[in-house]
Design a protein around this ligand. Structure first.
Ligand code: SF4
Ligand code: SF4
Length: 215
């Protein structure tokens, strides 16, 4: 899922400066789990904007705003409120914001910052384990990703700077190379680590990505 955090409220007000009416869109998937754009956060945002003198013309929490056809359908269902608003504030990731922007003519603003593709460990604990590099190489590392989880993205062993098992770049994070070693030892594949792998083909992850009918 996409991990988001809500933008600072004053920053949001600054973006919408001079526009008095706003429609708020939330997200029923990732932003709901992150508590940045679910029903509760949309209602809270509506109250805060109203207190600041904005007219909230309506709200909608779309199941997943990144599903563009669904987003267009929900905005059409809210046509009266959308047509009379000067701005739409989207409490979702950047993909959701753009799905809304491409469906309407008024100003569209992001209410959140998109942080990373995250795994959910437990309630409100999110970890980045894959940075969608375009060519997955974790079969070489016991199913653990050094591209994302090593601070230096090292592919041929650790840097040697780890202190008491923690990363020298970020001492709150375990050195992933210890996890890779332990994991490969358990699966009797540790010999594979002695093979020197070529540099990663970063061109596989060029942006913007596009897949149509599987290609
Ligand atoms: S190698 Fe690439 S695709 Fe595979 S987990 Fe790591 S970042 Fe994601
Ligand atoms: S200490 Fe470990 S995780 Fe940190 S940069 Fe070095 S090898 Fe990577």
């Amino acid at each position: 899922m996409i991990i988001t955090k809500q933008k600072d409220f004053d920053e949001l007000l600054g973006m919408m400066d001079g526009q008095d009416s706003v429609f708020i869109v939330g997200c029923g998937e990732c932003a709901t789990i992150c508590r940045t754009g679910g029903e509760k956060e949309v209602a809270e945002m509506s109250s805060k904007l109203t207190e600041k003198g904005k007219t909230v013309t309506g709200t909608a929490v779309i199941n997943a705003p990144c599903l563009e056809l669904d987003t267009r359908r929900v905005l059409r269902q809210n046509k009266v409120a959308v047509d009379k608003t000067e701005a739409i504030l989207v409490l979702a990731c950047g993909a959701g914001v753009q799905a809304v922007a491409e469906a309407v003519n008024c100003s569209v603003y992001p209410g959140c910052d998109s942080l990373f593709l995250g795994n959910v460990f437990r309630h409100q604990h999110f970890y980045e384990k894959c940075s969608t590099c375009g060519e997955c190489v974790i079969g070489n590392y016991g199913g653990i990703c050094p591209v994302t989880r090593c601070s230096k993205s090292l592919l041929n062993g650790p840097c040697g700077g780890s202190i008491k098992g923690m990363c020298e770049v970020d001492n709150k994070k375990e050195c992933v190379w210890i996890s890779i070693y332990d994991r490969m030892k358990k699966s009797n594949t540790i010999d594979r680590l002695s093979k020197v792998l070529p540099a990663k083909r970063h061109s596989a992850g060029t942006i913007p990505g596009r897949v149509i009918n599987g290609a």
